[in-house]
Ligand binder design. Structure first.
Ligand SMILES: [Zn+2]
Length: 269
């Protein structure tokens, strides 16, 4: 599943092509025909990203809400293009110069501002959103304080923190030295602040690069991030049985909430 950095990157890149333009909107697959026609010919004011949700704000006051889920995929093209429109294309958006092609989303619907606000309200703080109404670390602490489930499970819950998926949760807990099985309500303030700071740092890097890289090049004997090979970009995700890049202990894995997590038992306590 795409993590938050992918969604924010999609919003930024799509805004460059479509923001401020009148869009032709249709649903070649047929499952979003009435929604697509509601915003057809309308001007797109802006695309907003919150956690793993995208909101396309139109000048009519309508919003198209998209959640990619496991299989959703965008393709963008400059026009003209030879790339064919898929029969599974849920939403097809075109301007004179560009085209946006969406397949397989979990959610693609037209909603109003109250519904947008209600979705945002349910989400935990998003490390890639710059302005927060409340202190994000306090909000995080509050949302964890009622949960005794392992912190590794809690931070995948989008109501706790918005945008983390399975790769980032393992890497962030590694980098802050926290055992993923620590009960969420026993995580101290210092760890929570570190969790928030690392989330901002790593997701920002991921949003810029379009991929997840968490390793410090010096930990794999390289000088620059650009020198990192495909298997050198992460500390523990899917590295069970291999040596920790920092201490040499064996990286472990376990099922924590129906999904696997990876960690270093020496450094994460
Ligand atoms: Zn280690």
């Amino acid at each position: 599943m795409p993590e938050g950095h992918t969604i924010h990157r999609a919003a930024r890149l799509q805004n460059k092509r479509f923001k401020g333009k009148e869009l032709q909107s249709e649903s070649p697959q047929g499952r979003f025909v009435s929604g697509a026609s509601l915003v057809d010919g309308r001007k797109l004011k802006k695309i907003h990203a919150n956690g793993k949700h995208l909101f396309y704000e139109f000048d009519s006051g309508d919003f198209v809400h998209v959640h990619l889920g496991l299989f959703g995929k965008f393709r963008t093209h400059a026009l003209p293009t030879d790339d064919p429109v898929s029969e599974n294309c849920r939403w097809l958006v075109t301007t004179d110069t560009d085209r946006l092609h969406l397949t397989g989303p979990t959610v693609c619907e037209v909603i109003n501002i109250e519904q947008v606000e209600s979705i945002r309200h349910r989400l935990g703080p998003d490390p890639l959103v710059k302005r927060h109404k409340d202190d994000p670390v306090e909000k995080l602490a509050k949302r964890l304080s009622r949960r005794s489930i392992p912190i590794g499970a809690a931070i995948l819950d989008q109501k706790v923190i918005a945008g983390l998926g399975n790769v980032y949760r393992a890497e962030i807990l590694y980098l802050i030295g926290l055992d993923p099985f620590t009960p969420a309500n026993e995580v101290g303030e210092a760890h929570l602040s570190a969790l928030w700071a690392e989330s901002i740092r790593l997701l920002t890097l991921g949003e810029k690069a379009g991929r997840i890289v968490t390793t410090d090049p010096s930990d794999v004997g390289k000088k620059r991030s650009s020198d990192l090979g495909r298997y050198e970009r992460l500390y523990c995700y899917k590295r069970q049985g291999e040596q920790c890049r920092r201490c040499g202990d064996t990286i472990r894995t376990a099922n924590i909430d129906g999904r696997n997590i990876w960690w270093c038992p020496t450094e994460q306590t």
